[in-house]
Design a protein around this ligand. Sequence first.
Ligand code: FAD
Length: 472
Amino acid sequence: MDANRKRAIVLGGSMTGMLAARVLSDHFEHVTIIDRDHLPEVAELRDGTPQARHLHVLLAKGLQIVEDLFPGIKAEMSAKGAVTLIWGQDTTVYMKYGWMPAFDSAIQTLGISRMLLEWCVRERIRVNPRIQTLERTKVKHLVTAENNQRVIGVQIQAKGENTETSALKADLVVDATGRTTHTPEWLVNMGYGQVEESVINSFLGYATRSYKRPETFPKDKKMITIQSLPPNIPRGGVIMEIENDECVVTLAGVNKNYPPTDEDGFLEFARNLLSPAIYDIIRDAEPISNIYGYQRTENRWRHYERLTQWPDGFVVLGDAACAFNPVYGQGMTTGALEALELNKVLTEYTGKNSTGMTKSFQSRLAKVIETPWLMATGEDLRYPGTEGGKTSWQDRLVQKYIERFIDAMPLYPEIADTFVQVMNLITSPTALFQPRILLKVASSLFNRKKVIAKPSTLPTTEVKSQSPTPLT
Ligand SMILES: Cc1cc2nc3c(=O)[nH]c(=O)nc-3n(C[C@H](O)[C@H](O)[C@H](O)COP(=O)(O)OP(=O)(O)OC[C@H]3O[C@@H](n4cnc5c(N)ncnc54)[C@H](O)[C@@H]3O)c2cc1C
């Protein structure tokens, strides 16, 4: 361990903050997480993460990283009721031409509530002897030295009336306070100038309700998705099985097609999706929650990497750096990838002069963000009411290809597997353009009749062969 690394402070004890803290505990003698919330001793909602009510999928790459950082945690989550979910077999999706037939995939993740997931990680953080958590404590400001060129700690204030502020010193401060981060204004006050932002807003809204898992939810399925289809069909929905024999239903609409949060409106929205399958499953099901809406969903990338100067001793990651439209389920996994990048940078600088390390980290972070950003915003920009970006003719060409690719998936389960790997951030999107896959997508154009033979009933888990399979 580097002798100059005594204490690191992590602002924000949500998913990114905890994963960053875990990584930092390999490099610093003491790591302090500061959060304004009381962090519950059970799997329960808290004020700082209201999004936790909504369906959260930890993509396969994220699950892999979480398991690497906390060996055995996946088994712990399963023991607490999380449901193992094999993409292609336990999941199905209603697409333009009907249900995707079951296919073989090695991609696994968990059907788990965000509350249980976060709590399981928190339990591991609690027993890490190097990590201490300061709850109900608000971070007010950064403490700086060397004419604002170095961050040396934070000014904090315990929640409650008339509490004093105090300073906590650190060799590295990590901001993981999410979308509501104060870093842009802190940087302006410190003389670093305005942080440029890219904002692409498809005006997506969620409405979510939890139910007791109904008998009408097919036993061999753990997640059913009814797709929205850009540019003309802005509404979709998902039902996913989670712990305690419960399931969570999230309905989503882009371009201000916000799903209603009253009972009748919610059901009606579900009934009018491309397929009424989710409505059929939930219409007589027993709800165990209210219906909650959520509309703060724009893609927002704060380009810290573009500032010409950056303070030493300070980094920003997670939603505080880049928050995504949640439909693609990338937020937590990107936070995990960013924590790994922090680990790499800290390892490379061990025993060396750390001047410039944090600036270098912010540049490298931008590379981590690039792929999920392009994936999320590329789809959003296909809807006519999306604001904040334009598509070039090259983008449109790629979009057309992806559309053909998705249309070809029911015919060629093998390419569906590649798609699922890319969506789960396991494989680079370049895999979608491999010659053997391009050939299959092209040949699907000559098999269109088979593709559009709309299967109207939910497919079973029976896995189809890898050769073209007529659907009629
Ligand atoms: C509706 C919705 C659905 C989503 N679905 C998915 C999904 O399916 N899959 C996925 O991977 N991601 C999803 N996300 C994104 C995911 O929730 C976030 O990416 C994830 O929580 C990681 O964010 P974070 O840890 O960077 O910040 P956050 O989760 O926002 O946490 C910030 C933390 O900082 C604390 N804090 C804030 N300000 C202060 C302060 N001044 N002082 C002290 N503490 C402070 C807060 O209390 C909180 O604990 C979804 C998001 C939304 C909105």
